[in-house]
Ligand binder design. Structure first.
Ligand code: ZN
Length: 291
């Protein structure tokens, strides 16, 4: 409950600290911070991006504020992740009465499954992030055709940065001994990272931070860590840190640092952009799992 109040407080602060608006800029609402960063990179100064779930927010269990309905009502375009991530969105859309087109940024991504659901965390593969960017570029061009050339040029430049990032991730993972490429994290946010880059992530809770692991799940994970000799467990910026700390204490695995999965930080934090987030995560993984 305290966390929820804190989150609402942060949102209230964000509402007042709105950025300087470029004249005539296209009003775009992104469902959460990572998509907001993609839209900023493609839109540049021709868009004004507002994110609903802000820095360090938990997009799985978000409780929309009244101001969010107004943001959606004022938007010319809404960009969401889809794959079941924004379960709170349909009700918000209904209450906003907004008519803006909605772009599902994961269109064209090959979804992984987790149990009976799609795994929504597709952005954790950099190759998928390029699909997000292509979808966002198409959506901005459709919403504002006069700026099409600028959007396409920005998207091409950013896609090249993502290609370089993909190469960095692969080079970093290659430095980790194959038998060390396994970690524990707080929820199943890294399935796409794991399948793209070959690091096993074992999560003590389900796909969503809403799911609390049972005592039996925790006991199972503890024995898994011991028998598989998993070297490190990791915290996440938008999960509950107590569970991972407890697992570390009971298994002797070290806490390898904080991985960022579902939210960027603000400008003062280590991951204010998607590219910085991925770099931070690979640095954290290689330093904890290194030889
Ligand atoms: Zn998540």
């Amino acid at each position: 409950m305290r966390r929820l109040q804190f989150r609402i407080f942060c949102l209230a602060m964000l509402a007042f600290a709105s950025p300087v608006q470029a004249a005539g800029a296209l009003e775009v609402v992104a469902s959460f911070s990572i998509i907001g960063d993609f839209v900023k990179n493609v839109g540049g100064d021709r868009v004004n991006v507002t994110t609903l779930v802000g820095p360090n927010g938990d997009v799985h269990v978000y409780a929309p504020a009244p101001a969010d309905a107004k943001k959606i009502a004022d938007a010319k375009l809404l960009v969401i992740n889809g794959l079941g991530l924004e379960g709170w969105l349909p009700r918000l859309l209904q209450s906003s009465g907004g008519k803006a087109p909605i772009t599902v940024a994961t269109n064209g991504v090959a979804p992984l499954r987790l149990g009976s659901d799609a795994d929504p965390h597709a952005w954790q593969s950099v190759a998928n992030a390029k699909i997000y960017v292509a979808n966002i570029s198409d959506a901005l061009v459709a919403a504002d055709p006069r700026d099409a050339a600028a959007f396409r040029a920005n998207a091409a430049r950013y896609a090249a940065e993502l290609d370089a990032l993909e190469a960095e991730v692969r080079a970093a993972v290659a430095q980790i001994r194959p038998e060390h490429r396994k970690v524990i994290s707080t929820h199943d946010a890294f399935g796409y990272f794991a399948s793209s880059y070959g690091i096993d992530f074992i999560a003590p809770s389900g796909v969503s931070t809403e799911a609390e692991p049972s005592a039996r799940d925790v006991a199972k994970i503890i024995s898994q860590i011991k028998s598989a000799k998993i070297p490190a467990v990791f915290l996440e910026n938008s999960g509950d840190p107590r569970l991972v700390s407890r697992i570390a204490a009971e298994t002797g695995a070290k806490v390898g640092g904080t991985l960022f999965s579902d939210a960027l930080t603000d400008e003062k934090g280590p991951c204010p952009t998607y590219i910085e987030m991925v770099r931070h995560n690979i640095r954290t993984l290689t330093s904890a799992l290194g030889n």
